[in-house]
Design a protein around this ligand. Structure first.
Ligand code: SAM
Ligand code: SF4
Length: 437
């Protein structure tokens, strides 16, 4: 087996896990192939956060199985990520085309598994979860050159009643500070300018570490690394948004004024039922505190509509919190039933059509808010990290500290630098501007 191709579903954590699997395989001498057709091994790195993500995986698997059967082509199919963890051995018995199944905390064993399967060896399942995974230094094959994801913790202890993550990614474990700092130093040496720390609840970083360390302390340490210009992080749980983190965003110049703070619902009754452990007023207060300390902060959130038992009144409160808080952007989802989660047993599951209508209302309201907020940037001068040519070509593209995409005319050699751009117009998804002299 000489070449591989990875198809990634889901969140940034999965994207980064794919970079790690790619790093492991490349260190074993395999080369990345540009497409499934050119690869001898295909890894499907899966997501099971919502039913739709699962369906996407099964249809892709069907396509691959067909390819394998039709051509008699000896492609090895590996399933990684959350569905691998959820289904384990069952994937082998139900889907004869699958050769390897590997859970998110077992990635470090990928090379051994590939060896075992090579030359007609047995099919292998690894979903036991390596208890030492957070101490492992797994190589990541990053391709961006400018912006990098860095995992700082794995798993989650929050057990929101709708969510599969704690069951599939295990208990919360933080990586040691020295390992993270060394990884970021290495990235700076390779020319990376921006890092995004990844974790399900970054604000509780450090729990259980031998040498105790808080998330703001980690940010302070990384602030001192030459070469890194910007630091971002996802996700923060509202309950754990501490004064220390607000102070770090305010005081540390490299920490971008941008935070993703999922509220999920505007109804206290639903928030209790979701086990989110804050009220909508506590959430509003945190936002006020944040904006008081960092007036330019950009704020994004996640919303779930149609949670079991959500009444019209509860839903109206979700619309109200969107009007009150005025998020820059949101990610909104219909509640989706997930195996083993407590919300499955709650009364009052809603019909798909009700969820659909509520989701549309949320999107329509937020569209207006986002456009209005984007237009407020017109006339301002923004610091933009230039990422290169825009997809359409003809202009450069980059992101503001608030993580807004900006297109503007300028010379190509600006790629990788911080440019000052005056914003001249705003659309729903991006800004346009001109380079300041
Ligand atoms: N750890 C993060 C947090 O608590 O904010 C986010 C984790 S999850 C990968 C991303 C988002 O998916 C959640 O914030 C939630 O809005 C959504 N989500 C999770 N489970 C869901 C479900 N069963 N149905 C619909 N949306 C769900
Ligand atoms: Fe899931 Fe809640 Fe943990 Fe986020 S905090 S990963 S939504 S259980």
């Amino acid at each position: 087996m000489k070449s591989f191709h990875i198809i990634t579903f889901g969140c940034q954590m999965n994207e980064h896990d794919s970079e790690r699997m790619s790093g492991i395989l490349q260190s074993q001498g395999l080369v990345p192939a540009a497409s499934v057709e050119d690869a001898e091994m295909v890894i499907l790195n899966t997501c099971s956060i919502r039913e739709k993500a699962e369906q996407k995986f099964y249809s892709e698997l069907g396509r691959l199985a067909h390819l394998k059967g039709r051509d008699g082509k000896r492609i090895t199919i590996a399933v990684a990520g959350c569905i691998a963890q959820q289904e384990g051995k069952k994937l082998l018995s139900r889907t004869p085309s699958v050769d390897l199944v590997i859970g998110p905390s077992d990635i470090a064993r990928l090379s051994v598994m590939v060896e075992q399967r090579k030359d007609g060896g047995r099919r292998v399942v690894e979903t036991g979860g390596d208890p030492e995974y957070h101490h492992k230094l797994v190589p990541a094959a990053r391709t961006d050159g400018l912006k990098a994801w860095v995992s700082i913790m794995y798993g989650c202890d929050n057990f929101c009643t709708y969510c599969v993550v704690p069951y599939l990614r295990g208990r919360e474990r933080s990586r040691p500070l020295r390992d993270i700092v060394a990884e970021v130093r290495g990235l700076a040496d390779c020319g990376y300018r921006e890092i995004t720390f990844l974790g399900q609840n970054v604000n509780s970083y450090g729990k259980g570490l031998e040498d105790s360390c808080s998330f703001p302390e980690l940010l302070r340490q990384v602030q001192d690394i030459d070469g890194i210009e910007r630091i971002r992080f996802v996700t923060s749980h509202p309950r754990d948004l501490s004064d220390g983190l607000i102070g770090a965003i305010r005081d540390l110049p490299k920490v971008c004024e941008s935070i993703h703070l999922p509220v999920q619902s505007g109804s206290d009754r639903v928030l209790v039922s979701m086990n989110r452990r804050y009220t909508s007023d506590e959430y509003r207060k945190k936002v006020l505190q944040l904006r008081d300390a960092v007036p330019s902060v950009s704020l994004t959130t996640d919303i779930i509509v149609g949670f079991p038992g959500e009444t019209n009144e509860d839903f109206a409160m979700t619309l109200q919190i969107l009007r009150d808080v005025q998020f820059d952007t949101i990610f909104a989802f219909k509640y989706s039933k997930r195996p083993n989660t407590r919300a499955l047993d709650l009364p009052g599951h809603l019909q798909e059509q009700v969820k659909e209508e509520r989701l549309e209302q949320v999107f329509a309201l937020q569209k207006e808010i986002t456009l209005r907020k984007n237009r407020q940037h017109v006339g301002s001068v923004q610091e933009v990290l230039v990422e290169g040519e825009s997809r359409k070509g003809g202009t450069l593209t980059g992101r503001t500290r608030g993580n807004m995409a900006v297109n503007f005319a300028g010379p190509r050699h600006l790629k990788g630098s911080l440019a000052k751009v005056r914003i001249t117009s705003a659309g729903p998804n991006s800004l346009s501007g001109e380079l300041c002299a």
